[in-house]
Write a protein that binds this ligand. Structure first.
Ligand code: B12
Ligand SMILES: *[C@@H]1O[C@H](CO)[C@@H](O)[C@H](O)[C@H]1NC(C)=O
Ligand SMILES: *[C@@H]1O[C@H](CO)[C@@H](O)[C@H](O)[C@H]1NC(C)=O
Ligand SMILES: *[C@@H]1O[C@H](CO)[C@@H](O)[C@H](O)[C@H]1NC(C)=O
Ligand SMILES: *[C@@H]1O[C@H](CO)[C@@H](O)[C@H](O)[C@H]1NC(C)=O
Ligand SMILES: *[C@@H]1O[C@H](CO)[C@@H](O)[C@H](O)[C@H]1NC(C)=O
Length: 417
């Protein structure tokens, strides 16, 4: 009986093996290439000497082949000079990868990252999955720079993941898959079998969860997690039960790009590698000889911004039922803004009309986060933040990108992750 099962398994393995080949090969059709060039140029042009240097943008432009050599140089120099003391584990890891992708030596940043990861621990045994996003970036960066010392760190991380039972998070699951796939591929021959089975266990769980969230149109999670999920599915040694049609995912993403859904530079940085058939595992193998001497072919401007002068009304509710019973509030205001305005304009208009709607923002790699409303501020130690919803559905964009429609009800709810 056992030999027969083994035979069947081998057969299945062989079938799975061949289907991988066809599965992960997908590419941007020639006619849509200007669309991809268009967002790449948009991303590269967001790099300015005043802006905070974003390592994810440098990684993406190096993987895709940079057009704007000045932007590439500027980012590289700024990241070389960045003070590691100001960076979180995840930001430090991205900086290491960005410098590697520019063929620069990250110097002592690698050993600092290693020391930080050696003493890293989850914020609580029940920590939310998204808090593992930064540490998985760290495992990935360390795996690429120094696999031998990364191995025990990755093993400890994998065990923490196995012990955690919080709901699956797509972006984090994809990053975990990239990190542990890198590690899995670098287990030295003859080392104990424990590493291999530990990493494949975590990888199998993550890949199963990712594949369960492939929608009929090919989107994996939401449109902004799809780029990372594509990277994960195209490198993992563990194959999901559900078949993945890479080309379908690619075609739907291209439609979304055409609809203007990818204008935030960070969203472009996370989708671009997958459109170019690249993953973060390619970071150590970038060739730094410039190859894009030609001017990019840009798409013909098709959709000029609608210049409708009409106003819309948005209902805006702010509610805190969490922090300090005496501080609880639930206030609603109707504001009128120009059609096509981003949500931030609604918040500004509400603030102008009532002091209760006072808010503050913080700059991040994705843009402005609303960090405080009516004097109640987010707090990493309490794991609190202001979540934005349309009716009962959480928004999948920030206030500086999301465009509300007429009579939409937006809520900012103080909650925990
Ligand atoms: C962790 C996380 C959070 C945490 C961040 C706090 C923390 N300390 O962990 C919390 C839960 C607070 C959060 C909140 C939100 N998030 Co979030 N988040 C992530 C996640 C999974 C990882 C970010 C990370 O750790 N990066 C690594 C570090 C090294 O990079 P970093 O730049 O320093 O990270 C900071 C920023 O990413 C920032 N941040 C996190 N989310 C968002 C969202 C927006 C719009 C902005 C401007 C900044 C921002 O917080 C991080 C820590 O300071 C990403 C996934 C991804 N693909 O990037 C989604 C992601 C960035 N978030 C997203 C969204 C939509 C939100 C919310 C708008 C959700 C909502 N409905 O309210 C809110 C922000 C609302 C506000 N007040 O303005 C989207 C953004 C898509 C887009 N096109 O804009 C992503 C891509 C998830 C997704 N696939 O949909 N998020
Ligand atoms: C994924 O799904 C499986 C069940 O299919 C579950 O056991 C596992 O813990 C989930 N979470 C993660 C992070 O893989
Ligand atoms: C807050 O007010 C809104 C709108 O008036 C209402 O729909 C909602 O149920 C209230 N929420 C709480 C927690 O009181
Ligand atoms: C906002 O407008 C809606 C109608 O569009 C109305 O039902 C509601 O009472 C108004 N709320 C406030 C707080 O003015
Ligand atoms: C239209 O919206 C703007 C804010 O964008 C506001 O200043 C103006 O008063 C509104 N006009 C009307 C007629 O409500
Ligand atoms: C708002 O946050 C509170 C506190 O976390 C939570 O209990 C409630 O369900 C949230 N409301 C919505 C609409 O998500």
């Amino acid at each position: 009986m056992a030999w027969f099962t083994l035979y069947l398994l081998n057969l299945l393995w062989a079938v799975a093996g061949t289907s991988t080949q066809t599965r992960s090969s997908c590419s941007v059709p020639l006619a849509q290439e200007p669309l991809v060039t268009g967002i790449q140029v948009l991303m590269e042009n967001s790099v300015t000497s005043s802006a905070f240097p974003n390592p994810s943008i440098l990684i993406a432009m190096n993987l895709a082949g940079a057009y704007n050599v000045e932007a590439q140089k500027l980012l590289t120099y700024k990241l070389m000079a960045s003070d590691t003391a100001d960076l979180s584990i995840g930001q430090l890891a991205l900086t290491v990868m960005a410098l590697t992708s520019s063929c620069r030596d990250p110097g002592n940043k690698v050993s600092i990252l290693q020391t930080q990861m050696e003493s890293w621990a989850p914020s609580s045994p029940s920590a939310q999955a998204s808090t593992f996003y930064g540490p998985s970036l760290a495992v990935l960066a360390l795996c690429q720079k120094n696999p031998e010392t990364a191995l025990p760190i990755a093993a400890r991380f994998a065990k923490i993941l196995l012990a955690n039972s919080s709901p699956f998070n797509m972006d984090t699951g994809a990053m975990v898959t990239l990190a542990l796939t890198c590690m899995y591929n670098k287990i030295p021959v003859g080392s104990e079998e424990g590493y291999r089975s530990l990493f494949s266990h975590v990888l199998r769980d993550a890949v199963e969860n990712i594949s369960m969230r492939i929608k009929d149109n090919g989107i994996i999670g939401n449109i902004y997690s799809t780029g990372l999920a594509m990277q994960a599915l195209s490198v993992t040694p563990e194959h999901p039960h559900k078949e993945w049609n890479c080309q379908k995912t690619m075609d739907t993403i291209l439609k979304e790009i055409e609809q203007g859904k990818f204008h935030n530079p960070m969203s472009i940085a996370q989708i671009l590698p997958s459109l170019e058939g690249k993953t973060y595992l390619d970071v150590p193998h970038v060739s730094c000889i410039p190859d894009h001497e030609v001017q990019p072919t840009l798409p013909s401007q098709t959709n000029p911004a609608p210049t409708s002068a009409s106003n819309i009304t948005v209902t805006y509710t702010i509610t805190n039922q969490l922090r300090g019973v005496e501080l609880h509030f639930n206030d609603t205001i109707n504001v009128s803004v120009k059609a096509g305005s981003v949500l931030l304009v609604v918040l500004e208009e509400a603030q102008r009309r009532s002091h209760k709607f006072k808010f503050e923002t913080t700059m991040t790699s994705w843009g402005l986060v609303v960090s405080s409303i009516n004097n109640i501020a987010e707090n990493v130690h309490h794991r609190t933040y202001w979540q934005f919803l349309s009716d009962k559905t959480p928004l999948n964009e920030g206030v500086a990108d999301y465009i509300p429609i007429n009579h939409e009800h937006i809520t900012a709810n103080f909650t925990q992750y």
